[in-house]
Design a protein around this ligand. Structure first.
Ligand code: FE2
Length: 316
């Protein structure tokens, strides 16, 4: 199946799209996925994203069953250090992000701003928005190739220095924010002391603020990731942090190089612009499933109107 706007890259079309119209039932779809699972995972790695359309997945339980065909280990949200507030539908399936419809979520690799991240993500369209609500996806390896041409020193610095992120974590969950998960939930702590102990184990440091919120700083994390086949990807949270997190004069910039030195604004802006050029917007239809290789492709969320229900599941 082909859709307009699919992007040609050196390692194939992005995204790769399968049409499951030939299957007459969900069971048939699942059997096919089971038989082809290892090839499909390879294709997701090569292409960044595989979109499955017309595979008879209608409900959250259908989606769960389809995912299980791949025999992959679940990545548990509660063990993650994700910023987002989420609610589970099944053991594996949760609502993608509870942030309001007018909040845009910028391109990112899932949880690349933390030391614990999933290898792959599945998305499922339970209900498309009335307008908007596409999921932008972007090939991160192609981005690095393009960025190196324009800003080779910046890419070299990302490799050698890595990145550190600063976050403000509220005292209680704030579902109105795209990243409103509290420090209690994030670090599995009931008291500030417990929180500090758990942060230290993960290499985080933090400062408390008068309103009970926490400004946390991550350990040094990758700026660029090298994949097993030698491709380099922009496996970080720079674009989302730069465009979406905003700056707080009390706590400094949301992201710096690992040694604390500031980032080159011109180079980061160039990365954002190149990423926009390389982005494909998944035009959701009810029942669509997308498999995203988290090391290869970034994802985001457009604003929307209406009731949009995109479910997600993460792979360890
Ligand atoms: Fe995400």
């Amino acid at each position: 199946m082909q859709l307009a706007e699919q992007i040609d890259t050196p390692s194939g079309i992005f995204p790769l799209i399968y049409d499951g119209s030939e299957f007459t039932s969900l069971d048939d779809s699942i059997t096919w996925a089971q038989e082809n699972r290892s090839e499909l995972l390879d294709l997701a790695f090569q292409h960044g994203t595989v979109l499955f359309r017309n595979f008879s997945t209608v409900t959250d339980r259908d989606f769960d069953a389809f995912i299980q065909a791949f025999h992959l280990e679940n990545f548990h949200y509660r063990q993650s250090l994700s910023n987002a507030v989420r609610f589970n539908r099944t053991e594996r399936v949760f609502t993608a992000n509870e942030a309001p419809a007018d909040v845009k979520i910028f391109l990112h690799h899932e949880m690349a701003q933390t030391p614990i991240y999933p290898s792959r993500l599945f998305f499922f369209c339970e209900q498309p928005a009335d307008t908007g609500g596409a999921t932008p996806i972007c090939r991160s390896d192609v981005l690095v190739v393009r960025l190196k041409e324009q800003h080779p020193q910046f890419v070299a610095d990302l490799i050698t220095k890595g990145l550190k992120y600063r976050n403000i974590l509220p005292n209680e969950n704030d579902p109105q924010s795209g990243m409103g998960r509290s420090w209690r939930s994030t670090f599995h702590a009931n008291t500030p002391d417990e929180c500090e102990t758990n942060m230290a184990k993960l290499g985080y440091s933090g400062e408390w603020r008068d309103d009970g919120s926490l400004v946390s700083t991550t350990p040094i994390l990758d700026g660029i990731r090298t994949l097993p086949d030698g491709r380099q990807t922009f496996f970080n949270q720079l674009i989302a942090a730069y465009q979406g997190w905003g700056s707080d004069e009390n706590s400094g910039p949301p992201v710096t190089f690992g040694d604390g030195t500031p980032l080159d604004h011109v180079a980061v802006t160039a990365a954002c612009e190149i990423a926009d050029e390389l982005t494909f917007e998944v035009p959701w239809r009810q029942g669509d499933v997308a498999l995203v290789d988290n090391y290869v492709a970034m994802h985001a969320r457009q604003t929307f109107t209406g009731t949009r229900k995109i479910l997600a599941s993460l792979v360890a």
